[in-house]
Design a protein around this ligand. Structure first.
Ligand code: ZN
Length: 516
């Protein structure tokens, strides 16, 4: 191999070339996973498992390329290292973190996990359809064992206190189960108090209007019009986005190709409506990271929690607000003919904000949602620690749903098998949803200082200024800062539950007519 020169700059450039390969490979994996969920015929599953395992192998080889190790040593050991700017140092840090972690994970473990993941997801789908946890159990057990093995190794590399912390770090770097427990305890107290108030006031919403049949073709038009509202281009010749249909909505992609999916239910049109806004929030984040950082490690979302703060900001703070519906209800009425012609704004806004403990996380309202996450956090922490086993999952799940939400789980498809995350090996992921809500409360407080009439603008149908603010204050920074540093930069303080609870109290005391 020809070594250019030994100067710091050329070594850094060479390292960035290596980093680019990693980012491009990751984007290939994401597109192949997208295809698996949207277009792939059922019979393709075994071939896809091989394709993914092979890609993971290449990714592992690329990330652990010994030349990266040599370059890192030369760069970090160079006498002028401190002369590198903030962006360069962050890129070096991020690539080193990846390299250190991946070099410690045996290639066989990575490849085996990728293969097992595809099989487990497939088993989960079949088991969920059959409402039979025992079809899922043996494959999930294999995946959990692989994940535990990886977590033990990563714990040492990352220097975390527990294997579970090492998994959390993948999604929310530097966050720990101990910190999450403290944050969630405060969150839980606040949520439970709001739920009680909502449940006991006489003013209750009429949600029957939301069950009115809306043909799927019209729902597609609604989704497109919402994409237009949030300036997520899925229609023009320069579009960088698209909307497809999957069982569970998700977002995937990179800068100029960021795709979202949704699911249209004829008798539940708000499901696709809010999931489009939610995934659209993820997509606009991915599309608006500083364009100069494309192919660099910093050109990526800050953390899963931050990503979720953006999706839930648009879904809930905007999409479930009275102001948004002041603008959009007339539009909805036009798109749906006479289906909602008799519905007034107050009735509609209260209906879409009903607080009611339920069984399914993705259908949960803003207030009870956090409890769904807390349950999952508590369970997966015990599972990775080994205090409980895969076989215990249905029983413990059902107990916690009874205790926290007072609902009876009738079968495992509406219980422990409702989500795809564990089937995909994403342990440590769930907490980021609730952390995202908490960040979004702080982000809202900061936005209100800069644009005091932001909701008046929304009521007029103008989302542009809010979006520009989000780009300027959140999106553009990508992974330049850690989540802890970014929230401090935006909000002037560490993660703080107070603002999110304030927002909920303010909103729901008005909707339900209770005293704060
Ligand atoms: Zn999300």
């Amino acid at each position: 191999m020809i070594e250019a020169t030994n100067t710091l700059g050329s070594n850094y450039d060479r390292l960035m070339e290596k980093g680019k390969k990693i980012m491009v490979l990751e984007s290939i994996v994401s597109i192949i996973l997208w295809d698996m969920e949207t277009k792939m015929p059922p019979k393709g599953i075994n071939l896809r498992s091989q394709q993914l395992a092979f890609l993971k192998q290449i990714e592992h080889k690329t990330t652990t390329d010994p030349e990266i190790g040599t370059l890192l040593e030369k760069i970090k050991g160079h006498s002028d290292y401190d002369a590198l700017n903030e962006l360069q140092k962050r890129n070096v840090y991020l690539i080193k973190k990846k390299y250190d972690e991946m070099t410690k994970l045996p290639e066989e473990l990575v490849v085996e996990t990728a293969r097992q993941r595809v099989i487990t997801v497939d088993a989960w789908k079949k088991a969920k359809a059959a409402k039979d946890f025992f079809m899922f159990k043996p494959e999930l057990e294999k995946l959990v064992d692989l994940k535990k093995e990886a977590a033990e190794i990563l714990m040492k590399v990352k220097g975390t206190a527990t294997p579970y912390d090492a998994l959390i770090d993948i999604f929310e770097p530097h966050m720990t189960a101990e910190m999450i427990t403290r944050i969630f305890d405060e969150l839980k107290k606040g949520l439970v108090s709001i739920i009680k108030k909502c449940e006991t006031t006489p003013k209750q919403p009429d949600t029957s209007i939301l069950k009115r049949k809306v043909p799927v073709d019209i729902q597609r038009e609604i989704a497109n019009s919402l994409a237009r509202f949030i300036e997520y281009d899925v229609e023009s010749k320069e579009a960088g986005g698209r909307i497809d249909e999957t069982e569970h909505p998700f977002t995937t992609g990179y800068y100029d190709d960021v795709r979202i999916t949704t699911h249209y239910y004829e008798n539940n049109f708000t499901s696709s409506l809010f999931s489009t806004l939610h995934e659209g929030g993820h997509a606009t984040y991915d599309q608006n990271i500083n364009p100069e950082w494309m192919y660099q490690l910093i050109g990526d979302g800050c953390s899963y929690g931050f990503h979720e703060s953006q999706s839930r900001f648009i879904e809930n703070f905007v999409g479930r607000s009275r102001e948004f519906w002041t603008h959009y209800l007339p539009k909805l009425k036009k798109l749906t003919g006479d289906i909602f012609s008799d519905v007034d704004l107050d009735t509609f806004v209260h209906a879409i904000n009903q607080v009611k403990p339920s069984k399914i996380r993705i259908e949960a309202d803003e207030v009870t949602y956090g409890l769904h996450i807390i349950i999952r956090f508590e369970i997966e922490r015990e599972l990775i620690t080994g205090k409980i086993t895969v076989a215990d999952l249905p029983r413990i799940w059902n107990q916690k749903y009874k205790k926290y939400l007072d609902v009876n789980i009738e079968n495992d498809s509406e219980g422990v098998m409702q989500d795809t995350h564990w089937a995909e090996g994403y342990f440590g992921y769930f907490p980021s949803y609730a952390l995202g809500n908490i960040y979004s409360g702080q982000i809202l407080a900061a936005l209100e200082k800069d644009i005091p009439d932001w909701n008046v603008q929304i009521a007029k149908g103008n989302f542009h200024n809010v979006k520009q603010w989000l780009i300027e204050n959140v999106h553009q920074y990508g992974k330049l800062y850690s989540a802890a540093d970014l929230i401090k930069k935006i909000a002037g303080e560490e993660i703080n539950v107070k603002h999110y609870l304030d927002y909920l109290n303010e909103k729901y005391s008005k909707l339900y007519g209770y005293q704060r």
